[in-house]
Design a protein around this ligand. Structure first.
Ligand SMILES: [Zn+2]
Length: 278
């Protein structure tokens, strides 16, 4: 004959075991690793918002599919400061120079007006090529205002150009900009440095601002050397206008159209469906 206590032992053990199993499953579901794994499939349709506990949400680093298809082709790149040949500027701190004070190598070029110090404060910064604004804002006080553009090179690679310490930002996120359009003005990051443009080129379609110095090159390219390689496209291959990109991204009759001579004017009339003899 069992005592009442012995009768209760089996169901009590089962209840406690179920509680322990439940607790283990609940804790496993809340561990950081499984949260990241869940984001991949379960929350793909969830509205984008800032993560509640402040951790990095990797979805913000990658361009969306919509952003990626909007990145315009850019066959030609020009310097972002000074004249269209980069005249009237000098490079105060070149790419990959060691900076002991900052404990790393410089990941961009520091472009300045030739007057030195703050004489270039407020000078316009130009889009080096047709591009999509994928970031415009202030990620931290040390960076100040930043604009990041995404470009698609003729071989299909996505390049990003980054313009830091700006005094003013003159473009909005998600805007398409044409080569030579103003992006903002040279600044000091609220007085942190003498006015200059920290200019980076990155081989990436991931928006991750990072730091300006490191001991690894990461995805950064030598801006001066890369511009030199990309800027000498012949006139026929020059970037079409942003409007042309919007109208017909792949094969548009307007790209490369020159109207300065009779042949160009003839072609223009032909495209407009007009008879030049009238
Ligand atoms: Zn710099």
């Amino acid at each position: 004959m069992k005592t009442p206590a012995a009768k209760l032992l089996v169901p009590l053990t089962l209840v406690i075991a179920a509680g322990i199993i439940g607790l283990v499953i609940w804790r496993a579901g809340n561990s950081p690793g499984s949260r990241g794994a869940r984001l991949g499939f379960q929350e793909a349709d969830a509205p984008l918002m800032m993560p509640a506990s402040g951790e990095v949400d990797e979805r913000f680093c990658l361009l969306t599919a919509w952003q990626r298809v909007q990145i315009p082709p850019a066959a030609r790149f020009d310097p972002p400061l000074g004249t269209d040949h980069g005249g009237l500027t000098y490079n105060a701190q070149q790419f990959w120079e060691m900076n002991d004070g900052r404990g790393g190598r410089h990941l961009g070029d520091d472009l300045n007006g030739i007057g030195g110090m703050n004489t270039d404060l407020g000078d316009p910064v130009f889009a080096p090529a047709d591009g999509l604004v994928v970031y415009a804002g202030e990620p931290s006080p040390g960076w100040g205002n930043i604009v990041v553009l995404a470009h698609r090179t003729p071989d299909g690679m996505v390049l990003q150009s980054m313009f830091a310490h700006l005094d003013r930002i003159e473009v909005l996120p998600a805007a398409l900009v044409g080569r030579g359009m103003r992006l903002g003005t040279v600044g000091t990051a609220h007085g942190a440095y003498p006015a200059h443009l920290h200019f980076e080129l990155r081989a990436s379609d991931e928006v991750e601002i990072g730091g300006g110095y490191a001991m690894q090159q990461l995805n950064r390219l030598d801006p001066a050397a890369t511009l030199a390689a990309l800027r000498l496209a012949p006139p026929a291959d020059r970037s079409p206008s942003v409007l042309a990109c919007l109208l017909a991204p792949n094969d548009n009759p307007w790209s490369g159209l020159e109207t300065k001579d009779a042949k160009g004017a003839e072609r223009l009339l032909e495209l407009l469906g007009k008879d030049k003899s009238r």
